[in-house]
Design a protein around this ligand. Structure first.
Ligand code: 26V
Length: 759
């Protein structure tokens, strides 16, 4: 970008009498006028994702363009505080880890100079907005476009028509530039046309528990897949016309989980429609796709009903059937056993449905999980058959997060401290962060770090006071558990431990350094149990905060409307990052990495990326507890009796009882009783306490107290925290994206050289 010109025009911009929204739009538009996308090199990678959890663009984009500080200064000269744009936007076109990962990878692709093009849906409404009413989650639509969208450009001329048997939908691309060494593009398609057509682009993850809901999900997924494939083909044809012999060598398509897996049959369909024989189309498709799995939760493994699919996408259904048959034919020749054939089949005749994961696995040249443990698990379970015959297709790429948004932007105080120690180079080369190790013995630096943390806490607490109306005193140790609400993540276990801590304090059985427990989470609107957990935690929070006797020691808060901007403030302020999923269930986690980069220790289980975090930071700098995945596997196969574990310590009996003894009210919904039953008797679809809360809770509680005792020596604790920052190099998404480029996409070298052609 031409900085001087931008700043000159900014200086000339009249600010008087304009409100925040107006200025926000004008400044953003001004910046956009001074940038241009980098030319597309011959080879590029395409990232297809149903979610992009982008967060606020304004500050991040100005920062990436290198004009954030100057912009703030120019605005200050006009009497405008750049902080005034804080409440304007927060694009939540995603709901959790998978979507935020996609946003981090887009950032890192641009930063490292890799030609990475994102494709997604421009939802009319983002992830619902959350508020609490009497402790219950209530949802309302997130009208994220209400203030305008100055960071996107509508590309009318590149629109396409996506055909369904019963309707045509217009796919109009909106391009969001992603700034770095290159300017890449995130292309989001709006669904336009008839009322039914527009509905496709309404919301992310419409409830799919009805036939109508399922149809809508299929339409969304196909809409994204078809628009992306059409666009990639069109760009290719501009260079090569109808000669498709270079298509696979020049294009890599990454399926971010299975939501865009219809791209596989769609590419085959599109190539056949252009005159290629089925054989050739299939061969090309099997060279172009790569697939990342992000979860092994059965409910997220998509299987689409064949009759539904035939109704709205008959050609696609027919191609999937043909793919299933040819997969079986070739696999039989390769010696797959009958069990392996059925486990890896694309079509399940018993359920009359297509497995999107098996479709992706069959098509993909490379299949990866998102942390070592998770990549191991998918090799031995979900995709065991394919792994047995094609081990070369499988690899791991551990997730990463961008240090620019999650450290530089989220934690300006810490960034400045780091700059003072090792210079500014870590922004582009995060390996340099390891140089902080040399300062871990320096008490002056550690004292500065502690001051930064305390300042971040003050900032967070004042934000919480304004948002939630709850005030907290200074000088508290801050434990944070923020993530989607799901039983496997075990927020309920934290709630139990917190309640136990309260009881023990009350009865003088324990004493602690003053602490604040912070929760943040949204529950899927139709996920009853998760909503019950939210209500239960809110009840506990009310009890604890209302008790004057223990208040000086213990308080808690459940922040509402947890989103990317909230997360930026929380990761900067936290002392302890709670990552307590049942071992073997959390594929990776990325929040754990954000906390680590900001100097929180991990208090968690040996799960997901926690394992790699601990391996790098050293066990002495984390608090790892609980059963390992192997042990839980054994318990799962037989012989786990939560009651027996509870009996070991009657305090847990008392805590558990609060779900049904009237200590707390669930407003007559029956939610608490249902939670109680899920832990004690189970349900038709699962054993009691399926995520082993009572196996781990004793050790969890001990770890919480141990960390708390250690915190008493603030400098010693700060050293642990500092060592975490210094060990976080590996968790930069720059590293992760380079690994994708080298090992999966085969574009660009270590520095993405082939793609880098300057912004
Ligand atoms: C599935 C469903 C199904 C029902 C409707 C709502 C919904 C929303 C999302 C999903 C799939 C979630 C997949 C996901 O986000 N996985 C997370 O991916 C992160 C990035 O790799 C990883 O760090 C987390 O461990 C993993 O849970």
């Amino acid at each position: 970008m031409n900085k001087e010109k931008y700043l000159a025009e900014l200086s000339a911009l009249p600010a008087e009498g304009k409100d925040a929204v107006c200025l926000y739009n004008e400044i953003s538009a001004l910046a956009m006028r001074h940038i241009a996308p980098s030319p597309r090199p011959r080879c590029s990678a395409h990232y297809l994702s149903i979610e992009y959890l982008i967060g606020r663009m304004f500050y991040n984009n100005l920062m990436e363009l290198g004009v954030l500080e100057e912009t703030a200064a120019v605005l200050a000269g006009k009497g405008v505080d750049i902080g005034m744009f804080e409440e304007i936007e927060d694009a939540a076109l995603g709901n959790g880890g998978l979507g935020r990962l996609a946003a981090c990878y887009m950032d890192s692709g641009a930063a490292t100079g890799i030609p990475l093009y994102g494709y997604g849906i421009r939802y009319r409404y983002g992830l619902f907005r959350q508020r609490f009413e009497d402790g219950f989650q209530k949802e309302s639509p997130d009208d994220w476009l209400r203030f305008g969208d100055p960071w996107s450009i509508r590309r009318e001329e590149e629109r396409q028509i996506v055909h369904f048997a019963d309707m045509d939908v217009v796919a109009v691309p909106y391009d969001m530039p992603v700034f770095g060494k290159r300017v890449n593009i995130l292309r989001l398609y709006a669904a336009e046309g008839s009322e039914a057509a527009q509905k496709i682009g309404d919301v992310l993850y419409p409830a799919d528990d009805t036939r109508e809901g399922k149809l809508l999900r299929i339409r969304q997924e196909y809409f994204l897949s078809a628009a992306a494939v059409g666009d990639i083909l069109r760009a290719y044809e501009k260079r090569h016309g109808r000669d498709y012999s270079h298509f696979a060598e020049e294009n890599a398509i990454q399926l971010n989980d299975t939501h865009p897996a219809f791209a596989v049959p769609e590419l085959i369909r599109a190539l056949k429609a252009r005159g290629l024989p089925h054989r050739t189309a299939l061969r090309i498709a099997r060279q172009v796709f790569r697939y990342t799995n992000h979860t092994i939760m059965p409910e997220a493994l998509e299987c689409w009903d064949a009759s539904l699919l035939r109704r709205i996408l008959p050609d696609i259904a027919a191609i999937l059937r043909a793919l299933n048959n040819s997969a079986a034919y070739f696999r039989r020749k390769e010696g797959y056993s009958p069990e392996e054939l059925s486990a890896s089949a694309l079509y399940d005749p018993a359920r009359h449905s297509f497995s999107m994961a098996n479709t992706a696995v069959y098509a993909a040249t490379k299949i990866n999980g998102v942390a070592e443990i998770h990549s191991g698990i998918i090799r031995s379970t979900l995709f065991g058959a394919e792994y047995a015959h094609h081990p070369e297709k499988f690899l791991n790429v551990t997730n990463g997060v961008t240090q620019r948004r999650w450290l530089e932007l989220a934690d300006g105080g810490l960034a400045a401290l780091i700059d003072g120690c090792i210079g500014r180079g870590w922004r582009e080369d995060f390996d340099r962060i390891a140089e902080l190790g040399a300062f871990s013995g320096d008490e002056k630096t550690l004292a500065c770090f502690v001051r930064v943390k305390e300042e971040n806490k003050r900032r967070l607490f004042s934000y919480i006071a304004s948002k939630e109306g709850a005030a907290f005193g200074e000088g508290r140790m801050l434990y944070a558990q923020v993530k989607r609400l799901h039983e496997y993540k075990r927020q309920l276990m934290t709630a139990f431990a917190l309640l136990r801590l309260y009881f023990d304090l009350k009865e003088g059985k324990t004493d602690i350094f003053p602490s604040l427990f912070l929760f943040g989470a949204k529950s899927a609107p139709s996920y009853r149990r998760a909503k019950g957990i939210i209500k239960y935690i809110n009840e506990i929070v009310r009890l604890i905060n209302g008790d004057k006797e223990t208040n000086g020691k213990l308080s808690a808060v459940f922040v509402s409307e947890y989103n990317v901007s909230y997360a930026e403030k929380i990761v900067a302020a936290a002392d302890v990052s709670l990552q307590v999923s049942a071992a073997g269930t959390e594929a990776s986690g990325t929040g754990n990495m954000k906390f680590m980069m900001n100097g929180a220790v991990t208090l968690g289980t040996a799960d997901g990326a926690n394992i790699e975090i601990t391996a790098r930071a050293g066990e002495e700098n984390e608090y790892i507890f609980g059963a390992r995945a192997k042990e839980l596997e054994t318990l799962r196969r037989g012989g786990y009796d939560p009651a027996a574990w509870i009996q070991k310590d009657p305090a847990w009996e008392r805590v558990l009882r609060t779900l049904k003894d009237g200590t707390f009210s669930d407003g007559g919904t029956g939610l608490f009783a249902e939670l109680y039953d899920s832990l004690t008797v189970g349900a038709s679809w699962h054993a009691p306490d399926q995520y082993f809360i009572f196996r781990d809770i004793g050790e969890y509680y001990a770890a919480i107290l141990r960390a708390n005792a250690d915190y008493g020596d603030r400098l010693a604790f700060a050293r642990k925290q500092w060592n975490n920052i210094a060990a976080s190099a590996y968790f930069s998404s720059d590293r992760a994206v380079r690994e994708y480029a080298e090992k999966i996409w085969s574009i660009g070298g270590k520095n993405g050289r082939e793609g880098g052609n300057g912004a």
